[in-house]
Design a protein around this ligand. Structure first.
Ligand SMILES: [Fe+2]
Length: 273
């Protein structure tokens, strides 16, 4: 037991010391290589110089601008798959998050990129590629109502450790998503950098509750709320973020696209053909 605790303590200390250079230089906890590699691309310099809002704030919210039939058809198929135990799975230790095995079974899912493709073309100054598509539903957990939430599905404040030019797109699939049914929470890039450099955020395992109180008091939390089909593009390596647990009897549905820059002009879904 003591040895286990000691081991855990050591691995946290190691993690914190490994992220030290990125923390001070870039205000995030991604590997140094993940911070430096994007600078090999001209678009990254341009996005910094142009002060693109997505680059500056670390996120952007887009309205749903397509045919309503498309998003309601997608939602209908999503719901059907969720009802079928053969079509969904859970990850180890995370029974409150139901994932669809094959998101491409949803007809029309690829067409959703029309919501955000202009924003991506602008950010990447050209072409992008979809690396992964995921669809999931988050469920209520009783610990939501206790003083300290349990860790059930990324619901503690954290960074993702990806290349800093990777973007994550969240298409909201509830009729309305808000704090009650489990919207994603995030901090904008400026607040994230400042809190990280000032060591207000140290590591997910030790910072969550204190940080959560602090950012709530300071009104810093951006809740990814919105209507069906509304979309957030988020740089999850640049913005501290956390999932939130839906209220009792509620759930939150989401489609996620993970995006990288591409040097080639071509089909963004090339990986899926
Ligand atoms: Fe994350």
């Amino acid at each position: 037991m003591l040895l286990e605790k000691l081991n855990l303590g050591m691995s946290i200390i190691l993690r914190i010391s490994k992220t030290f250079p990125s923390r001070i230089l870039f205000g995030n906890c991604s590997k140094l290589s993940n911070n430096l590699l994007p600078y090999l691309n001209l678009f990254y310099w341009k996005s910094k110089i142009k002060k693109n809002p997505l680059e500056k704030n670390g996120y952007v919210k887009l309205p749903y601008n397509l045919d309503l039939k498309l998003i309601s058809d997608v939602k209908k198929q999503f719901n059907e798959l969720m009802k079928n135990p053969d079509k969904i799975y859970t990850q180890k230790g995370s029974s409150k998050k139901l994932l669809i095995k094959n998101p491409l079974e949803i007809n029309g899912i690829k067409n959703l990129i029309d919501i955000f493709k202009e924003e991506l073309i602008n950010y990447y100054d050209g072409n992008y590629i979809i690396d992964r598509i995921s669809c999931w539903r988050t469920l209520h957990d009783n610990s939501r109502d206790s003083k300290k939430e349990k860790y059930v599905f990324s619901n503690y404040w954290h960074f993702d450790d990806f290349r800093l030019d990777k973007l994550t797109v969240f298409v909201l699939l509830n009729d309305y998503t808000d704090e009650n049914n489990g919207s994603t929470k995030l901090l904008n890039a400026t607040n994230t950098k400042s809190l990280t450099r000032r060591f207000k955020y140290l590591d997910t395992s030790i910072s969550n509750f204190k940080l959560d109180d602090f950012v709530k008091k300071k009104n810093m939390i951006v809740y990814c709320n919105g209507n069906l089909g509304e979309t957030y593009i988020v740089n999850t390596s640049k913005c501290l973020h956390s999932a939130s647990i839906p209220g009792r009897g509620k759930y939150r549905d989401l489609i996620q696209f993970e995006i990288y820059h591409s040097k080639k002009i071509g089909d963004p879904f090339e990986k899926f053909n």
